[in-house]
Design a protein around this ligand. Structure first.
Ligand code: FES
Length: 61
């Protein structure tokens, strides 16, 4: 079984990862370590690469 799982919300495009994730730069330097992050897949977040909930303003019910 994998150490982490990714859940992709087909409506918002957000991507939730379970587990501890290291955000690294192009050289592999760890910039931040976060647990259970939710990444933006809609392109509207002001907190990229993380989802800030802005997708709620563009979703149609
Ligand atoms: S997916 Fe949530 S702000 Fe983009």
């Amino acid at each position: 079984m994998a150490d982490a799982q990714a859940f992709i919300n087909p409506k918002s495009g957000s991507i939730r990862i379970t587990g501890v994730v290291e955000l690294v730069d192009a050289d592999g330097k760890v910039l931040e370590t976060i647990e259970n992050p939710k990444f933006c897949g809609c392109g509207q977040s002001k907190e990229k690469p993380l989802c800030d909930g802005s997708h709620k303003g563009i979703l149609k019910e």
